[in-house]
Design a protein around this ligand. Sequence first.
Ligand code: ZN
Length: 83
Amino acid sequence: MLAGFIRLVFFFCLIYFAYLVLRVYRSATHPPKPASPSQIQGEMVKDDVCNTYIPKDEAIRDLRDGRERFFCSEECRRKSRAA
Ligand SMILES: [Zn+2]
């Protein structure tokens, strides 16, 4: 009776250990990804017209005088061109 119980506990410990090994193995091969890589690693650029910062991949680009400029909206780009 007691031996049966010990065997049962040992069996569950073995399963739990296997589960832990599997979890460590999976986290080692598949590292958890950051929630939003584009927001964390994304470069911020300045809109010189309204002085706000926007993510580079969301900004409106305009090449002028050989220099790339970034704007938050089409309106800001127009203002910059008018100036
Ligand atoms: Zn703007």
